[in-house]
Design a protein around this ligand. Structure first.
Ligand code: 8YV
Length: 313
């Protein structure tokens, strides 16, 4: 089946195999390739019927306003914090996400960061690799099993993290907008959750109500022995409050996969020795990214052949 007359706009570079598959079926325009995107939009905006974007990139409403025939947005990811869903709903634009596909990977990374931080994995690796062990004894790290994990946001990802934490003998508590049918203690707000936690894991969407939810007050409640783990969005944390708490050691540390201004990481964060940093790779495994690519492609195919995206939200 060919949909060569179906114009789609790709906002940011995609995985080559996804880009190739899309090119075989659709008339693809890559916004990032145009020297003058405004001119392209003026001349061809009305032809665009679908968009492909990434969860961490989204699409600006001002751009959507220039694409009156666009009725489908396929998101490579699950985050919709950079799409105005009120606007898309009002305009009858379907939005699909790669639901459930990346849940395990993200939960795995939350545990990897937790264990990696508390067991000093990176420092030990450097120590062993450098040969320093030949001259110096090893320092001690901190135990992870049996500690308390507070999970902010108990959606699919939060629950997958909780199951893993349980397997490590951790006591789990959570916050969520509504009570869940789970055997974990529910805290009323994030400050209470932070006070409970040895590890405070952020697994909530980067929606406006969660903007800078983790601030100086929450970090003070987390306390000197507490560690912040963020696999959600950088916007959920007040980054300057976090840097201050890390510098003053009013919390023990932070393990972060997401940041306020990606791909830039605040220089102060990069200098601290009580952080473990990864470059937003929670879903970046071959297996998951391939499944995410298939999902995006199938959603576009579904839209152009039957008018329905498969995993529309
Ligand atoms: C991806 C994400 O890394 O799902 C999301 O919203 O942020 C991540 O899984 C991203 O969308 C791909 O760049």
């Amino acid at each position: 089946m060919s949909h060569a007359q179906s114009s789609i706009l790709i906002i940011q570079p995609l995985m080559p195999q996804l880009d190739e598959k899309l090119s075989q079926h659709f008339d693809c325009h890559r916004l990032y390739d145009y020297q003058d995107p405004a001119q392209f939009l003026q001349q061809h905006g009305e032809e665009i019927r679908g968009i492909v974007t990434r969860g961490d990139v989204g699409v600006e409403t001002a751009l959507l306003e220039q694409l009156p025939a666009c009725k489908a947005i396929a998101v490579f990811g699950v985050g919709t914090d950079r799409i105005d869903l009120g606007y898309t709903k009002a305009q009858g634009i379907q939005v699909s996400i790669t639901s459930d596909i990346l849940t395990d990977d993200v939960a795995d990374l939350a545990m990897t960061l937790t264990l990696g931080f508390t067991r000093n994995l990176v420092a030990y690796h450097q120590f062993a690799r450098s040969g320093a062990w030949e001259n110096t004894g090893v320092t001690l790290s901190s135990k992870a099993s049996g500690k308390r994990m507070g999970i902010a946001g108990l959606g699919a990802i939060g629950k997958a993290i909780a199951r893993r934490a349980e397997a490590f003998g951790m006591e789990v508590a959570y916050t969520a907008r509504s009570a869940k049918d789970v055997p974990y203690k529910r805290c009323e707000n994030i400050e209470q959750l932070a006070a409970f936690s040895d590890f405070l894991v952020l697994a909530l969407p980067g929606s406006p109500e969660n903007l800078q939810l983790v601030d100086a007050k929450v970090l003070a409640a987390l306390g000197q022995e507490g560690v912040l783990i963020n696999i959600a969005r950088g916007t959920v944390v007040n980054e300057s409050d976090l840097i201050h708490a890390l510098q003053q050691r009013t919390i023990k540390g932070a393990a972060l996969d997401v940041f306020s201004h990606e791909p830039m990481i605040h220089p102060a964060l990069r200098e601290l020795d009580n952080v473990l940093l990864t470059p937003h790779i929670a879903s970046a495994t071959h297996e998951t990214r391939e499944a995410m690519s298939n999902n995006v492609f199938e959603n576009m195919l579904g839209f152009f052949s039957s008018g329905k995206m498969l995993t529309a939200i």
